[in-house]
Design a protein around this ligand. Sequence first.
Ligand SMILES: Cc1ncc(C[n+]2csc(CCOP(=O)(O)OP(=O)(O)O)c2C)c(N)n1
Length: 329
Amino acid sequence: MGLNMSSSISEISKEVLLDMYYKMILIRRFEEKVVELYRAGEIPGIAHGYIGEEAVAVGVCSALRKDDYILSTHRGHGHSLAKGIHPRYLMAELFGRKTGVCKGIGGSMHSTEPEVGVIFSSAIVGGNIPIAVGVALAMKMQRRDNVVVSFFGDGATNTGAFHEALNLASIWKLPVIFVCENNFYAISTHVSRSVAAKEIADRAVAYNIPGKVVDGNDVIEVYKTTLEAVERARRGEGPTLIEARTYRWLDHGMYYLGPYRPKEEVEAWKQRCPIKRLKDLLLSKGIVAEDVLVNIERRVEEEIEDAVKFARESEEPDLDFVKQFVYVR
Ligand SMILES: Cc1ncc(C[n+]2csc(CCOP(=O)(O)OP(=O)(O)O)c2C)c(N)n1
């Protein structure tokens, strides 16, 4: 973890920093609302929260262009919002409404909107990684300079798909960035019980690509490391593996799995809240006055209320509507 949050902030524009703050707050409030609505029985199906991990999605997506692509996972709300999906259409998707990003028939784990670069999301652990390589191959074959990011968890790095994908991406020097969100647990299994490598980033060595460990609760470090990987990819030099160390504050999903994590560990990570860290930095460096941040927080509260109202008032898809999207030979 090479970069230091406060020393490297001066090179980033105020506009970008404020957008990062806005997006992190947006994700946090969105997820808090999802927990509330899920427990109240308003959101059907299952959902996996991103609270605590906001700096990864926001740091990475802030380093991308709108026409770059990301591929997401079962824990994807943060990725979608960070890349630019409007909270209204994501909330409506979670509610299973026709106005959702996938017309209400994808749900929490499949949010996709190619117009803003969210090209695919998969609940199959490791499933999006080879598909990201395929998208990157398409970019290369079409001589486009777009970069592709695959987000996945620590558990996904134990799948064959991860290893096959990194190998091929390296051999073909594809413009793809592999972002491992290492939150230390795959459901209740700690990484030390499932990953043989000393560090997940070390797995890059086998594929002759850079493997970098970053503090995933430091949005500036995530952003800068991603920028380097993006430049490398656009230069045609191939992929990078970034291991962003972070922590999920909630349980794996919306249900309680039991005490597999020490309470002190959870508390220690909460003390390292990525949003508070950015806020403290912006204020201590005199980059913005507090009322600017308070206004952003207010704006987000309104946007979340608006998204819930929009979702609640939207129509549910009926059977005839759903049938239009079923493939029949
Ligand atoms: C191929 C496959 N195996 C098992 C599962 C069940 N499953 C869902 S999430 C999960 C853990 C994923 O852990 P990780 O990749 O570290 O991501 P995190 O949930 O920590 O973000 C598992 C095993 C699945 N969805 N897909």
